[in-house]
Design a binder for this molecule. Structure first.
Ligand code: BEZ
Length: 211
């Protein structure tokens, strides 16, 4: 069954390029991204993994750990990592799950047989420190993901987990936010000392509270 936002992310043990892991233990008190790739030695995946390695500092800043997955075995992953490092001018610095039996792929419903026969599509799961699922994305094999967007949504997820705000279309860290409709005007005065603009009763805009 599909995992839904707010569900506990299924726990598992798996072999990775950095040794065996228990997923929930590995997450610890951090945020986590689990993302899947159709197969080793494929061109789009090669660019994605290289880019994620280069963005590691950005994920670290946000307290986010990264784990990749592809259905090939560890020795194949190790050979592919050499190619990724060489061609993408990167050093892969996060574990990649080897899932030849497709245990994790099936657990997370990453195989969409009408899209790609018996291989994982490009799934992304963002998981909070509470191990609950915060966001999912599913892309087809032919479309590489936008990892700047992933950083942007993590900024929004972490902000909205802490403050009673939502983030508008195309919002970026540092821009104005929307006060949650569940907050009364009286409460808003208290909670948002920088003030807010009441465009409509349901549309109140305030500077980003943690900036
Ligand atoms: C790729 O990662 O390049 C890819 C994988 C499977 C099908 C198409 C493209």
């Amino acid at each position: 069954m599909a995992i839904r936002l707010g569900d506990e992310a299924p726990d598992f043990s798996a072999q990775t390029t950095e040794g065996p892991v228990n997923f929930h233990q590995w997450i610890g008190d951090k945020w986590a991204i689990l993302f899947s790739h159709p197969a080793d030695f494929t061109p789009v995946c090669t660019t994605e993994l290289g880019l994620v390695a280069k963005l590691k500092g950005e994920f670290d800043k946000r307290n986010v750990k990264i784990m990749g997955l592809s259905v090939d075995p560890v020795d194949s992953h190790q050979g592919w990592i050499k190619d990724i490092n060489e061609t993408q001018n990167a050093t892969v610095n996060f574990p990649i799950i080897a899932d030849p039996e497709k245990k994790v792929a099936n657990l997370y419903d990453m195989i969409h047989p009408n899209a790609l026969n018996n291989l994982t599509v490009r799934s992304v799961f963002v998981i909070g420190p509470d191990k609950k699922l915060k966001l999912t994305l599913t892309y087809p094999a032919s479309t590489g993901r936008n990892f700047d967007e992933l950083l942007r949504v993590i900024d929004s997820l972490q902000l909205t987990a802490k403050y009673s705000v939502a983030t508008p279309a195309n919002w970026k860290d540092g821009e104005d936010c929307i006060i949650s409709p569940s907050v009364s005007d009286a409460d808003a005065d208290q909670r948002f000392p920088k003030g807010y603009k009441r465009i409509k009763p349901y549309l109140r805009v305030t500077p980003q509270p943690n900036k």
